[in-house]
Write a protein of this length. Sequence first.
Length: 274
Amino acid sequence: MSPLLEVRGIGKRFGSVVALAEVSTQVSAGTVTCVLGDNGAGKSTLIKILSGAHRHDGGEYLIDGDPVRLSSPRAALDLGIATVYQDLAMVPLMPVWRNFFLGSEPTKGRGPLRRLDVAHAKEVTRRELLDMGIRLRDPEQPVGTLSGGERQSVAIARAVHFGARVLILDEPTSALGVKQAGVVLRYIVRARQRGLGVIFITHNPHHAYPVGDRFLVLKRGRSIGEYGKADITVEELTRLMAGGAELEQLGHELAGYGDVTALDGPVKSEDEQP
């Protein structure tokens, strides 16, 4: 069976700058593909290609085995590819149910009597969140009163309700504490259990490893490895992300200071080092 989404040797240039080159990965139904990398690794460019915000200029992008060139995020949504960005596209002062249906509000009546179906919107919001394991106190409460993890879970449930088959999550745990990050990771697992293909973008291997099935590591716009969970440990994944040789060199450099209190003094230039 073909993956829901696949990229083969995908690339993107901005003038003379190569933002992404020869990157390949795939996501199947009921699996989580984690894309890891530090700042500047190419994660944002990959997200924008997958979500239709950018067109790739190299390689192939396939949906259900068929090549596509997405013209806009709306075209991606029409194919069932939903992206939840860090800012979540929510209005903090609006109730949860209004944010859940923002831009797709249900109505009742016809012609001049057509109006917002508030009761239906609240009921659907409550039911969909409950199906994801989210027990909302009141759909009338403003989204701004929710915790960061709860807001992320509302965004995930909204994408699932509106027909997402592939869910792309842009650094959903980056600004959260340990407890709230755990909340989001549980909802990623729930989305996988419901048969969605999930692409989890993160720079934290300790968040990726518990929920991931495949791990793609990017560095400076290129893939430096893709692994199944059985092929790599979290320690190896961390070392690969950090750059093994670079991390080892840094360790030797820091060890040269001896007592860490020596770091409180002025740092010598290379010419002044003994």
